[in-house]
Design a binder for this molecule. Structure first.
Ligand code: FES
Length: 318
């Protein structure tokens, strides 16, 4: 009989340890089915969560060989092919407090979700009689965000969260904030945008690990969208917004990034505090001080400038 060896990272409330299980390999069955096999046939003490078994409730997310998946929606065959081995390690989600074995604690995540006000505040024109009407085109702007099942995979994989959870919120929190901010029925997008800004909206490091989202919501893109919302509402005096405008300025005026001016435009005079970094960049040829005064334009930058101008007009960016 073909077997698969699952090494499970376990926790009994006090001690962390790993336990190996050699169980029958059922390529067409899911990770979750294999976990149930262990619980029903080998070890009833193994703890994990699952409910719908249909990729709807988000309860069953775990990490396999360091990567997060929905256990009920991922066939074991896929894992064996991806990692080229039948010896797999299954662990609880990262960036979560573990309660027991593969069970993680959502309490503080839900508290943090509340920070960006995850419910819509409708415009005053909507009454109980009229309801909150929305055109299909406007609904399409938020349709994919509604697919979020709060499985926690984006939070598990998030590099910014791993670095410092005090400076960034879970990506799904920004997804909910963006969905409410761009909803045509929302009274004030900044009702969600302001707390997002105050809790690290610009601190996403764009590692794109959150693109592992099983619903293809692409939280990094939603974070960019929410940044755009805040800029359109006039919040431009922060490092992130200044950095974005510095990029834009270079693209419009020469088609090439001017790394030397980029730093100055982004950080202004405060850059003096980072003299050591500036010297290191100079020594390694990362910045050219002469480009403060002149930088050649790229060939064909004129059509590029037109494209940027058209895109700005379309997006209503000034
Ligand atoms: S059990 Fe509900 S999403 Fe997997």
């Amino acid at each position: 009989m073909e077997t698969v060896q699952l090494t499970i990272e376990r926790f009994d409330g006090v001690t962390s340890y790993t336990q190996k299980y050699d169980i029958p390999y059922s390529p067409g069955k899911t990770i979750l089915s294999h976990l149930f096999y262990i619980k029903e046939n080998c070890d009833p003490t193994l703890n994990f969560t699952a409910s719908c078994r249909s990729a709807i409730c988000g309860a069953c997310a775990v990490r396999v060989n360091g990567n997060a998946f929905l256990a009920c929606d991922t066939r074991m065959e896929k894992m064996v092919q991806l990692f080229k081995t039948k010896e797999l390690t299954i662990a609880p989600l990262g960036n979560f407090k573990v309660i027991s074995d593969l069970v993680v604690d959502w309490d503080d995540k839900i508290e943090r979700l509340k920070i960006t006000k995850p419910t819509i505040q409708p415009k005053k024109e909507f009454t109980q009689e009229t309801g909150c009407k929305q055109s299909p085109a406007d609904f399409n702007k938020i349709a994919v965000q509604w697919d979020c099942i709060l499985c926690g995979i984006c939070a598990s994989e998030c590099t910014a969260l791993t670095i410092d959870s005090n400076s960034f919120l879970e990506p799904f929190t920004f997804v909910q904030a963006e969905r409410n901010a761009v909803d045509s029925r929302s009274m004030d997008p900044m009702y969600h945008g302001t707390p997002a800004l105050q809790h690290g909206l610009w601190n996403c490091v764009r590692c794109f690990q959150c693109l592992k989202c099983p619903k293809d919501i692409r939280p990094a893109g939603r974070i960019s969208s929410l940044r755009g919302v805040t800029m359109k509402h006039g919040v431009k005096n922060n490092l992130g917004a200044r950095h974005a405008y510095a990029f834009l300025t270079d693209l419009r005026h020469g088609g090439r990034l001017n790394e030397t001016k980029l730093l100055l435009r982004t950080e202004g005079i405060v850059v003096m505090k980072r003299t050591a970094l500036a010297i290191r960049l100079l020594l390694h040829g990362k910045v050219n001080p002469f480009e403060l005064f002149h930088q050649a334009k790229i060939t064909g930058y004129v059509p590029l400038a037109h494209i940027v101008k058209d895109a700005m007009q379309k997006e209503g960016v000034k």
